[in-house]
Design a protein around this ligand. Structure first.
Ligand code: SF4
Length: 112
């Protein structure tokens, strides 16, 4: 892909990814925009705030149905980027953003 081509969210992180049937959802995390508020870690076991860096990180980027709800919750409560959030939960099949989805139409709200 040429360097200036628009980013296709459906492709992000898909190298070495588990099969979609196993892990239908993935997380895209804008770590450089995390403000270390730690809200994600309060609502989701997938998120931890690293006190040495002051930035959160997910344990897993690819998730299944069982882990969907609390990751959606983490995405929804993240206050970074003026409340738009920096945790993005993506449906790998459709490429749509399930949360935080500030546009309300599944558009991926990552600042690429
Ligand atoms: S809630 Fe958002 S800003 Fe706060 S630590 Fe988690 S990812 Fe970072």
């Amino acid at each position: 892909m040429p360097e200036d081509a628009p980013v296709d969210p459906a492709e992000v992180g898909e190298q070495d990814a588990p099969p979609v049937a196993e892990k239908p959802y993935k997380v895209i995390f804008e770590a450089n925009k995390c403000i270390g508020a730690g809200k994600c870690a309060e609502v989701s076991g997938n998120w931890e705030l690293d006190l040495s860096t002051g930035i959160a990180a997910p344990n897993a980027y690819f998730i299944d149905e069982a882990d969907l709800e609390h990751n959606i919750e983490a995405a929804a409560v993240c206050p970074a980027k003026k409340d738009r959030g920096v945790i993005h939960v993506i449906d790998r099949e459709t490429g749509e953003e399930l949360a935080p989805d500030p546009e309300g139409d599944g558009t991926v709200s990552v600042d690429w």
